[in-house]
Design a binder for this molecule. Structure first.
Ligand code: SF4
Ligand code: SF4
Ligand code: SF4
Length: 321
């Protein structure tokens, strides 16, 4: 089992590496494109989706997949959410679509955003606790418990956003013979019954995409999966582990507010904090704030103390692409 997983991870690494190398070649070819992190992110997101398809082509225990992603997050922060999650890619594509139509996004009121962020923990606790609660149900209620359990395995539900668009197993969503997937679609189909399965699945897909068309990465604001990956990083004893860190130099920040505006999940900490390392639980390390901060070396992405990417003064005419 472990050998299979390892060989898949190696394949994924090769695949992602090739995609990344291609992207980097384009970056070098096009002068100064290094500031366009968003493009690079789309490349990596697409490569990750293909890699996840490969991973799911083999029967891996989903728990192992979850553990690998939790470990990745433990060492790299929520890089998975910003750069690898398939659902994140669909939601980002909705934002691109909205931009192309020149429609402005809505920001949620900060209080509501914070409330949704807290809701993630409640949802996570609910998903994890439900099977244990159901187990305690009296024997005469077992049929109800079994129905409620159905496909409700916390790990598979939590890994919903991780499933790629095309999956290597049978699904109700089909397109020219390809089995398609969408987060939570199979669970929704199961509880909807035969007659309403497809209608409810499409309604759910439409709602999640439409909401993210209006409010950037709306689902991510309360997604329990994202918080489950990063749950260890919340404990004091684990906070020193992540190697990737956003860093702010307070003296270089004139509080222009751009980082606050461009953040797709409305993280305020980069703007509000006094400087030093910044690691809010909502930050997905998408680097949009670093890319758009117009003050030289004010924001940086550091890895084990080395700067990988930093803001630059793009307001200076000579530096505008
Ligand atoms: S918060 Fe959830 S949906 Fe959003 S990127 Fe992370 S895992 Fe994917
Ligand atoms: S974008 Fe940069 S300069 Fe502007 S408020 Fe944010 S950190 Fe400060
Ligand atoms: S704080 Fe910056 S890196 Fe984090 S999610 Fe917001 S824009 Fe992305």
């Amino acid at each position: 089992m472990w050998l299979e997983i390892l060989s898949e991870i190696l394949k994924l690494t090769v695949f992602a590496g090739l995609a990344l190398a291609g992207a980097l070649a384009i970056l070098i070819w096009k002068r100064d494109l290094k500031t366009k992190v968003s493009y690079l992110r789309f490349f990596v997101q697409a490569a990750a989706m293909a890699a996840l398809f490969l991973l799911f082509s083999y029967t891996n225990e989903l728990l192992y997949v979850l553990i690998v992603i939790i470990l990745l997050t433990l060492f790299l922060g929520r890089l998975f959410c910003g750069w690898l999650c398939p659902l994140g890619l669909y939601l980002d594509l909705m934002a691109v679509f909205r931009k192309a139509l020149k429609i402005r996004y809505w920001n949620l009121p900060d209080k509501l955003n914070k409330l949704l962020n807290k809701l993630r923990y409640l949802l996570l606790a609910f998903f994890v606790a439900l099977p244990f609660v159901l187990e305690k149900i009296e024997p005469w209620q077992w049929s109800l418990a079994k129905f409620l359990m159905g496909p409700f395995k916390p790990v598979s539900v939590l890994l919903g956003p991780v499933e790629p668009l095309i999956i290597p197993w049978e699904s109700r969503l089909k397109f020219y013979g390809l089995n398609l997937s969408y987060p939570y679609a199979s669970v929704i189909a199961f509880y909807s019954g035969e007659s309403f399965a497809l209608a409810n699945m499409f309604l759910f897909i439409a709602l999640t995409l439409a909401s993210s068309f209006v409010v950037r990465r709306f689902w991510c604001r309360f997604c329990p999966t994202g918080v489950s990956f990063a749950v260890l990083n919340r404990f004091r004893g684990f906070r020193w582990i992540p190697l990737l860190r956003l860093n702010k130099v307070e003296e270089k920040c004139p509080k222009c507010g751009i980082c606050k505006r461009v953040c797709p999940v409305q993280v305020l900490d980069v703007y509000e904090r006094k400087g030093g390392d910044i690691a809010p639980s909502m930050c997905m390390l998408c680097l949009r704030c670093v890319e758009m901060c117009p003050y030289e070396e004010c924001l940086k992405l550091n890895m084990a103390g080395r700067t990988l990417f930093k803001s630059r003064n793009w307001l200076e005419p000579s530096k505008i692409e």
